[in-house]
Design a protein around this ligand. Structure first.
Ligand SMILES: Cc1ncc(COP(=O)(O)O)c(C=O)c1O
Length: 398
């Protein structure tokens, strides 16, 4: 029987496949070090777990409003006001099963068949798949390292068409680790207002910033014109080590929130009631845990970057936030490991896994085929061992 052509056209996530391969090798008893997954290695902080347990004991185990509990939607409004200077009503907030689900809902809510969505590359690989699932067409801008991987006005103009519906931004960025500067965000905001398109602003790594000279700015905070066209996405997975709880949210113009609510009410209903209660504790409780984790990530960031800098043929920009090191491996092309030639970042990644048991992500699916991505959301001990192996691998290239 024929399956959906649209669905068959969607490739599975390469980060998830590499992680699965690494897990399988581990299960076979191999000493694999995985740098592929974007998941903090910390446990969810105690007070958040306690709130979840309390919720279960108190019988908060039933359906909630499909768009989330009033308590959590209010807590999100408080967070957006205090951290980002954004004024939202709870009716503009939709709580979903992770930021990924929020993004999928948003795209389903705004895209008509054939609408185009601008995605500055490199980008988080699920954006383009989600746009396609929603019936839209991803339109990539290949941004430049010297522009901090942000699109220029000329680049934006060059991909604009009357079908352009939205642009997706991520800062701090997965995979580059860069933080968008105010002037670059303003360029995008002016463009979006002039062309009357949506900006979907993925701010999931907001709290993980290591460059003391940079701060997170939400594009929606630049005034009413851009606020009215912005949809801010955030969640608790990365900042609070809550990846498994599956809570994310979107802050939207009223009309968009209403449509997302309708979609979600039919597709999944509410996100987990217990996780919602735990998220209230995360957002309203002490933020010391976030700072502790951020400090630890900052140490790892310094270490991994320093090690990378001392390895020949590969180069990276120092990450400013998130927990990824984005490495250009083009200079290794043409070299051989064990007689096998490296022709792409995928070859580099495969040989590194096969011969040194280090799993990393080649960034073809992130729109930058000459790069690899290493997640340093793992212990310092693992990072040290992994960088020793990466160094040995590169030094053994012929
Ligand atoms: C840029 C970006 N946005 C969203 C997500 C999804 O996060 P969540 O776990 O909340 O679905 C991720 C996860 O890797 C991400 O890297």
């Amino acid at each position: 029987m024929e399956l959906s052509k649209k669905a068959l056209g969607i490739k599975p996530s390469s980060t998830i496949s590499i992680t699965a391969k690494a897990t399988q090798l581990k299960a076979e008893g191999k000493d694999v070090l995985s740098f592929s997954v974007g998941e903090p290695d910390f446990d969810t902080p105690e007070h958040i777990i306690a709130a979840g347990i309390e919720a279960m004991k108190n019988g908060e185990t039933r359906y909630t409003a499909s768009s989330g509990t009033p308590e959590l939607r209010k807590a999100v409004c408080k967070k957006l006001l205090e951290d980002n200077g954004l004024v939202y009503e709870p009716s503009q907030i939709i709580i979903s099963n992770g930021a990924k689900h929020s993004l999928a809902n948003i795209l389903l809510a705004i895209i008509n068949d054939g609408d185009e969505v601008i995605i500055p590359a490199p980008y988080w690989l699920s954006y383009s798949a989600m746009v396609e699932i929603a019936g839209g067409k991803p339109v990539l801008i290949y941004t430049k390292k010297e522009n901090n991987f942000m699109p220029t006005r000329d680049e934006l103009e060059s991909v604009y068409s009357p079908k352009t519906k939205a642009i997706i931004l991520t800062s701090p960025s997965n995979p580059t680790g860069m933080i968008a500067e105010e002037k670059d965000l303003k360029t995008v905001a002016d463009f979006a207002v002039e062309k009357d398109i949506f900006v979907i602003s993925d701010e999931i790594y907001e709290k993980l910033i290591y460059n003391p000279n940079k701060k997170h700015i939400s594009i929606a905070s630049f005034g009413k014109d851009i606020y009215d066209r912005s949809i801010v996405v955030n969640g608790v997975s990365k900042s609070y080590a809550m990846t498994g709880w599956r809570v994310g949210y979107a802050a939207c113009p009223q009309a968009v929130a209403k449509v997302i609510d309708s979609i979600q009410s039919h597709m999944t209903s509410n996100p987990n009631s217990i996780a919602q209660k735990a998220t209230v504790a995360a957002l309203l409780g002490s933020q010391d845990c976030v700072e502790q984790m951020r400090k630890e990530f900052a140490l790892r960031c310094d270490y991994i970057f320093e090690r990378e800098e001392s390895i020949p043929y590969i180069s990276a920009l120092k990450p400013e936030g998130a927990f990824y090191l984005f490495i250009d491996v083009k200079e290794t092309y043409g070299k051989k490991y064990n007689g096998e030639e490296i022709k792409s970042a995928s070859d580099f990644a495969r040989l590194l896994l096969d011969h040194k048991l280090v799993a990393i992500v080649p960034c073809e699916d992130f729109g930058m085929p000459d790069y690899i991505r290493l997640s340093y959301a793992c212990s310092m001990e693992q990072i040290k061992k992994g960088m020793d192996r990466l160094e040995a691998f590169v030094n053994e290239l012929q």
